[in-house]
Design a protein around this ligand. Sequence first.
Ligand code: IMP
Length: 207
Amino acid sequence: MTTADPVATASELLIGSKNPDKVAEIQALLADLEITVRSLDEFDVPDVEETGESFAVNAGLKASVFALSTGLLTVSDDSGLCVDALGGDPGVYSARYAGEGCSYQDNIDKLLENLKGVPSDQRTAQFIAVLACAAPDGSVRFTVEGLVEGYITDEPRGTKGFGYDPVFYYPPLRKTFAEMEPEEKNRISHRANALGAFRETFLQLRT
Ligand code: IMP
């Protein structure tokens, strides 16, 4: 006897993130899928330490723990900034680049300090987001990646967004992410691209 694939048959999908901004963004982009979307704040679940050395491992770790503790098909994400001149740093350490408990501003200050003297054409960077989908038994069924390319500015510009947005310049719109309206950023961001890929794979597996 073969067991039905949980991605194909699940009637509910849990968004495994404790960040309300991300939950809202993911919910909006998955709204028309024929599945009931559940949120983590309905459950008492453990915190998951992001101990992996890649975004995919961390996203899988979170999806797996949340799926196991709720019994639901779960999608979780991990994301960060990779700067070419710094060998891909801060990467998976993006949130705590300047140390545990540091602020977004501390991270930006450290990044700009480490890039001092690097000419603008060598300040290329990518925001990367990975989404992992885990079955109720904790097994990771698939992961997808989204990416957006840009440059790190010499100084912060703009007040919108969060994290490294004020120093991430996106040439096609000639703005940093912090100078964009949220809807503008959400059309082209790494997370939007990852969600597009997630939708595609998810829909394929459900047909
Ligand atoms: P996490 O995916 O919540 O672990 O986020 C990791 C870190 O990457 C965040 O704390 C930010 O510093 C950075 N980051 C991820 N996505 C973005 C973004 O869209 N804008 C700015 N910073 C981001």
